[in-house]
Design a protein around this ligand. Structure first.
Ligand code: AMP
Length: 189
């Protein structure tokens, strides 16, 4: 099964993806984690994308599509992928559909975590204080939210048209949200 965890920054995608990995043995494919690892390693890619992440902008479709493509065989071997933070543009979603189709696969479900903006800001303010992730600082976070609304939210009609979108209330505790995701997925496969 291939899933997309969808939602704005701070919605809880990473937390829920990690739990699904533990429970179902799937592979989490987080382009944000991959890009942060590239930056930490000082690779050519890392140097290229560092300023983009620091500003809260999106890196090019080409870069993230290539990162995902590289990891698809591993996800397939594990029985499926949980896409976290990818796709973020319609072009990425279209490329993902093509890459999966070439492998005889598809996206089975897109789980949308719904969290309102005041709650997102509260969560990210807390995460910034606790973890100091540089792109969680207030100015950058506002830009990340703007990018989500402008570039990523248009994916909702894309997946609604494919009848793959499932809404989950993301405002509760980690456990409550996990339960709601499990219920939503129980009808998928
Ligand atoms: P995340 O950890 O998913 O919030 O991603 C952190 C940052 O990495 C984002 O603010 C973007 O700068 C970049 N990024 C991650 N995934 C993508 C993507 N699919 N497309 C473009 N940029 C991305």
């Amino acid at each position: 099964m291939n899933l997309i965890l969808f939602g704005p920054p701070g919605a809880g995608k990473g937390t829920q993806a990690k739990r699904l990995v533990e429970q179902r043995g799937m592979v989490q494919l987080s382009t944000g984690d991959m890009l942060r690892a590239a930056i930490a390693s000082g690779s050519e890619l890392g140097l290229k994308v560092k300023d983009v992440l620091d500003r809260g902008d999106l890196v090019t479709d080409e870069i993230v599509i290539a990162l995902i493509e590289e990891r698809l065989p591993e996800a397939e071997a594990a029985g499926g992928a949980i896409f976290d933070g990818f796709p973020r543009t319609v072009a990425q979603a279209e490329a993902l559909d093509v890459m999966l189709a070439k492998r005889g696969q598809k996206i089975d479900s897109v789980v949308r975590l719904e969290v309102d903006e005041p709650a997102l800001i509260e969560r990210i303010t807390k995460r910034y204080a606790e973890q100091g992730r540089s792109d969680d600082n207030p100015e950058t976070f506002v830009n990340r939210l703007a990018r989500y609304n402008a570039d990523t939210a248009p994916l909702l009609p894309y997946y609604r048209a494919q009848d793959k979108l499932v809404a989950v209330d993301g405002m509760g505790t980690v456990e409550a949200v996990a339960g709601a995701i499990d219920t939503a997925l129980s009808v998928v496969a």
